[in-house]
Write a protein that binds this ligand. Structure first.
Ligand code: ATP
Ligand code: MG
Length: 419
């Protein structure tokens, strides 16, 4: 128990953390190129924020939240996603008073009580962006281009963009009616959860992963047929802009997304390479969320990428990345006096940005050199009584085995020039 991390969580270290750091670097550069500023919101929020912001009828709120009461009896929840917190911060700090749009990104852990399996964790990580304060289709497409470019920069190609429109409240109302008429005839054959959804949020039934429901849903009327003129024009513009940018997509009426707040454009990037947990990015427009949280009416669009899944997809396509250790120089020593000199020199070199190492275990010279090799040192040098007395030492190129004699009086500069 004490030596095992909680189910559905994971320690990241070694080669794996290198991949994460590299991925985060790609994300941060990407967001800088596309003009998104970072936001870091708390890991926990008031439970009500997610109930309102994510939606009472969603799986997240109904089954998956890590909620608890703090010592003062406040209802608190570990964030299951990033949008609600970002929207709350947008309101709290009156970002709507700035020139719009407000373009934010986040990289955050998220928590959901789910059955752990490949690509499904209880603590996982999301990269997401939110564009607040712009209504036009250009904003939808800009957001999509950020995700498309991320996949490109990650070297992932076996992914397809699926897009759909859920329309605005008016089209939704009409569609819900049509959908209920259709589903009402098949009510007995729906799963128990979908029977409940039928009353509260029939759209959610389109998202059901159960085969029996899937068969019924396959012949359901599509929301695209119910779109009003404005929503239809908006969707057409999204497609025109995607064409202009050379981003391939399929129109997929099955994309309805798990969260309640979406309006108009919704999209997913789905891997054609990894099976069940193939959705690596989901997003869309959510024009009602900010108002739902008590703010001014604010159109918004965004997405979230599951970072564990992103790496899974990259690994499936390109194999596991290996990171060879690498250091600039290993400074070995023989004897107490040289030990002091060696460690003193290592500190000076590090201050100059040179990756230097020495030995902390009082190993034999032979073992020290072996260690230097193992940690990927490009050069090595050994200090002993003799070197200290003469003020001269040998630097060895660990690859070619070539050695050069150097003067210890200005050794930091010499090594600096070498590296
Ligand atoms: P799914 O249908 O797989 O449950 P979702 O609709 O619940 O996904 P979103 O809420 O849209 O997912 O979250 C955005 C992304 O976060 C997902 O596309 C996925 O890549 C990732 N994600 C969601 N839940 C998990 C989880 N439990 N573990 C790892 N990644 C997750
Ligand atoms: Mg889910």
């Amino acid at each position: 128990m004490l030596t095992k991390a909680p189910r559905g969580t994971k320690d990241l270290f070694g080669d794996e953390i290198n991949e994460w750091v590299e991925m985060e670097k790609i994300i941060r550069n990407l967001c800088s190129d596309f003009g998104y500023g970072e936001i870091r919101t708390p890991i926990f929020e008031h439970t009500e924020l997610f109930q309102r912001g994510v939606g009472e009828t969603t799986d997240i709120v109904q089954k998956e939240m890590y909620s608890f009461q703090d010592k003062k009896g406040r209802n608190i929840t570990l964030k299951p996603e990033g949008t609600a917190g970002a929207a709350r911060a947008y309101l709290e700090h009156k970002m709507y008073a700035n020139p719009q749009p407000t373009k934010l990104y986040y990289i955050t852990p998220a928590f959901r009580y789910e059955k752990p399996q490949a690509g499904r964790m209880r603590q996982f990580h999301q990269f997401g962006i939110e564009l607040f304060g712009a209504e036009s289709a250009t904003a939808d497409v800009e957001v999509i281009t950020v995700a498309a470019e991320l996949l490109k920069r990650m070297g992932i190609s076996k992914v397809k963009l699926h897009i759909n429109s859920l329309g605005g409240p008016e089209c939704r109302k009409k569609y819900n009616q049509k959908l209920k008429e259709y589903l009402g005839k098949n009510l007995d054959n729906l799963c128990e959860t979908c029977k409940e959804r039928f009353e509260k949020n029939p759209l959610r039934i389109l998202d059901c992963k159960k085969e029996s429901c899937g068969d019924i849903v396959a012949n359901a009327p599509t929301v695209l047929d119910t779109l009003g003129d404005e929503c239809r024009d908006h969707f057409e513009m999204v497609k025109t802009l995607l064409d202009e940018m050379g981003i391939e997509y399929v129109v997929d009426p099955g994309i309805v997304r798990g969260l309640d707040y979406y309006t108009r454009t919704v999209f997913e990037f789905i891997s054609t390479d990894i099976g069940a947990q193939g959705t690596i990015c989901g997003g869309g427009r959510y024009n009602n969320l900010v108002e739902e949280l008590g703010g001014p009416s604010t159109p918004a669009v965004g997405f979230a990428v599951g970072l564990e899944r992103l790496l899974l997809v990259r690994e499936a396509e390109k194999g596991k990345k290996e990171y060879a250790p690498s250091k600039d120089i290993f400074i070995g020593y023989i004897g107490e006096k040289a030990l002091v000199k060696a460690h003193g020199l290592v500190y000076k070199l590090r201050q100059k940005g040179i990756k230097a190492e020495s030995d902390h275990l009082k190993k034999s010279v032979k073992a020290q050199m072996k260690y230097g090799d193992k940690i990927g040192a490009k050069y090595s040098m050994i200090l002993g009584e003799n070197e200290i007395n003469t003020g001269k030492a040998m630097i060895k190129n660990m690859e070619t085995r070539e050695q050069i004699e150097v003067d210890l009086s200005n050794i930091v500069e010499i090594i600096g020039d070498l590296i």
